[in-house]
Design a protein around this ligand. Structure first.
Ligand code: 13P
Length: 254
């Protein structure tokens, strides 16, 4: 961290939560956030689509941001089962996650498709949280840098800015496994991401863009990860489902 990027702590609830679970989690976070006089971090929650509107109401006026977990490339039309960025924006979202590795795997999403989703999100006034990260086999084969560079240049729309783009580096093998890369490994990938962003969007936007780490982030390891020079917060899965743990991670920014 030490720089003027404001840390962002984002919770990806994935396909979890009945209405009552989501509401109590959102209310618990809103209560904590409202009690914080001058938070030094931004917080965002990305519930499943069924809960976005209700969670939005529960966190209203708390300062916590709202996000979707995916969006379509089109604004509207014949796309059964999909949700557009415009629809997310319409119900109060400021963010949307695109290109999560689970979507790349489950739905065959490609860099090109992710780039189109990110562009649609930006056009709708949302900040796109664009996910990239290598598999374990790619890391073992020494391909991490190449994979990250390819995904980044393939998934980030031209003209992206620090205001409408967040990058989340999520090594696939660290998601939900309790394993993380070493601090040195995390920092070297984040530094590479910033270097590549500089080439793509220019120094000023690259320096202002928040690059989050995701993959088994928890209260026990958040502080040291977030303290790394080019890590500007986290995209948190499992630990974002418990208000206490998610809040403790946010407190690591303090
Ligand atoms: P975990 O925090 O459960 O490892 O998930 C990370 C993630 O995929 C966030 O998008």
């Amino acid at each position: 961290m030490p720089n003027d990027r404001r840390p962002l702590i984002a919770g990806n609830w994935k396909m979890n939560g009945q209405k009552s679970d989501g509401l109590s989690l959102a209310e618990a976070l809103a209560q904590r956030m409202k009690a914080e006089s001058d938070p030094v971090f931004d917080m965002v929650v990305c519930p499943p689509f069924t809960l976005v509107a209700d969670v939005g109401n529960a966190i209203a006026d708390s300062g916590i941001g709202l996000g979707g977990q995916d969006c379509h490339t089109a604004e509207n039309g014949a796309h059964t089962g999909d949700i557009s960025a415009t629809m997310l924006s319409d119900i109060g979202c400021g963010f949307v996650i695109v290109g999560h590795s689970e979507r790349r795997t489950d739905h065959g999403e490609t860099d090109l498709g992710v780039k189109a989703k990110a562009a649609a999100a930006q056009a709708a006034g949302l900040c796109a949280i664009i996910c990239i990260g290598e598999t374990e086999a790619e890391r073992d084969a020494g391909q991490t840098f190449d994979v990250v560079k390819t995904q980044l240049s393939g998934s980030v729309p031209d003209g992206s800015t620090a205001a409408n783009t967040v990058i989340a580096y999520e090594p696939v093998w660290a998601i939900g496994t309790g394993r993380t890369p070493s601090l040195e490994e995390v920092q070297e990938v984040h530094a590479l991401i910033r270097e590549e962003l500089t080439k793509a969007v220019g120094e000023s936007h690259a320096n202002g863009t928040r690059v989050l780490y995701g993959g088994s982030m928890k209260p026990e390891n958040a502080r040291e990860l977030i303290a790394l020079e080019d890590v500007d917060g986290g995209l948190i899965g499992g630990a974002s489902l418990k208000a206490e743990d998610f809040w403790a991670i946010a407190q690591s920014c303090v």
